[in-house]
Each structure stands twice: as C-alpha cells, then as structure tokens.
Design a protein around this ligand. Sequence first.
Ligand code: SF4
Length: 141
Amino acid sequence: MSSFELRPHHGLCIAFFEGKGYSPDFTRYMAEMISYLEMHNPEIRLVLHTDRICSACPHNRNAVCDSAQKVLHYDKTVLSLCSLENNQVLLWKDFQSLVRLKILQQRRISAVCRNCQWLFICSEKQQKFLTFSDKYDKIEL
Ligand code: SF4
C-alpha cells in the first residue's frame, strides 16, 4: 500500500477518538483506519489537504473540507509544534509519539483545536492522559 496520507491534526483526533463522529459511516471508517494504523504502523505522509480519513467524511466536498481554513490552521499548528513539515513521511508510531510528547504532554491541545466542536471531549481526555502520564512517570522513577 502506498504511503498513508494523513492531515497532521488527525493525530489528535485519533488520540482521543471514542466512537463519535460526523456520521455512522464516518465513525465506522475512522475506527477501521485507527485499527489499520495501530496494527501495521505504516509510513504516513503528512498533507495539508483531504486525506484517507476525510474520504468518508460528510464534510468532504469534492476533496475539499467545508471547514478548510479552520482545519488548515489546526494542521499547520500541529506541524509547527512537532517540528515537522508538509509532505514529510514518517512511521505512524513516530508521529504518534511526537504528538504525545510535543502537544499532549505540554497541554497544548487547546492551542491547536480552537473552535473544534469536539474539544470538550478531548480536553477531558487530555487531563486523564496527563494524570496517567504523571503516575507512569512516578512508577518509572
Ligand atoms: S473533511 Fe474536514 S471535517 Fe471531515 S475529516 Fe476531513 S478535515 Fe475533518
């Protein structure tokens, strides 16, 4: 399979996905894509346009997101915070680690996802993630 195109901000959507989405088909597809990424750890290409996940989204209008400017801002912020570039290719798990280290552990999710309708879910989960990380760090020490 050729490299898996992924919008950078989808690294955050995936981190806190809990089976909610824009439509039942989209939610099912998102869950399938997450399983695929976790199982195969493919090379991903970070892109600033609609990606594999967008392909099942009802907001995808002829390959353009109907919130294009808003999500482009999310994507560029994720790239900047993770010191990555448009079109960069890396393994899914390396990208996932960068998102955790540079955004989640730094409590920066709200700096990326301003005005996102799902932010309330992700903010709550970020707090749980941080609590767990703190405990984990203590165990490691
Ligand atoms: S089309 Fe827009 S709203 Fe839908 S998954 Fe892609 S970026 Fe998100």
